[in-house]
Write a protein that binds this ligand. Sequence first.
Ligand code: CP
Ligand code: NVA
Length: 303
Amino acid sequence: MNHLLSIRDLDRKHVLDIFKLTAELKAKVKAGERVTPLAGRTLALIFEKPSLRTRVTFEVAMVQLGGAAVYLSAQEIGMGKRESVPDIARNLSRWVDGIAARVFAHQTLEELARHATVPVINALSDFEHPCQAMADLYTLWERGVELKGLELAWIGDGNNVLNSLLFLCALTGVKMRAACPPGYEPLPAVLEACRSLGGVVRVTTDAREAAEGADVLYTDVWISMGQEGERETRLEAFQRYQVNDTLLRFASPQALVMHCLPAHRGEEITDAVLDGPRSIVLDQAENRLHIQKGIVLHLSGTA
Ligand code: CP
Ligand code: NVA
């Protein structure tokens, strides 16, 4: 069974195949051509947390591919409360052709995947956000940016988005520097796994050191979904990790600015940078749609 729970479920060839497939699908939809290889197919969407981009892009992706998505909120299905995760996986597998799930605990995804007989896609967990990382590197790739040797600086929290980027950058030859406050760095096991994939990564507590000469500055919220109780401590810990005009001046003169969104304007990033000429955040958001079409088709085996 093909699942996408982690970037580690992919290898370099899968990534390039999905990028190429995505580029074809994107060109066709832009040309007004209908491509419907998933006619009659369905994808269940389970969301334990809120979403704008992920929900809309999976739903639109399925419609554009000729299929349909069925949205299920945590409240509706009471995952692990009203019904066990294995039972949900077994039932859904009888009706739909794939399951995308956004969960608090990554283990819930692993449990879904263990008991499902259809592909399971991670639509964000506390550990990874693979669809986001794929959209991000696709966004650079489609601009013609040479990924091998590119210097990407992550400024902020050692979170789910960073974990997926670390693995994907390792697969694609992007070199990473991550500036995180003490105590908020990626887990040693994640860094080890990244390096074992051939990744080059440097972790520092100094945002300016990470930004120095970087080709890309990437940031994300300081308080991820599920961490709202830590708001005050985190706001204090992250004060020196804002992506603003001062930090941007340390990066390469052509540096691009990335953010997975939603942004907390005035916290991890200023309005001027988020809305400024170096920002490609809306391209990233748009490409969530195209890359997820590529991912769903790739996993469906119909590509
Ligand atoms: N970037 C992202 O996953 O956005 P949503 O939380 O709105 O889906
Ligand atoms: N790190 C953020 C990403 C949101 C898309 C979170 O988990 O809330």
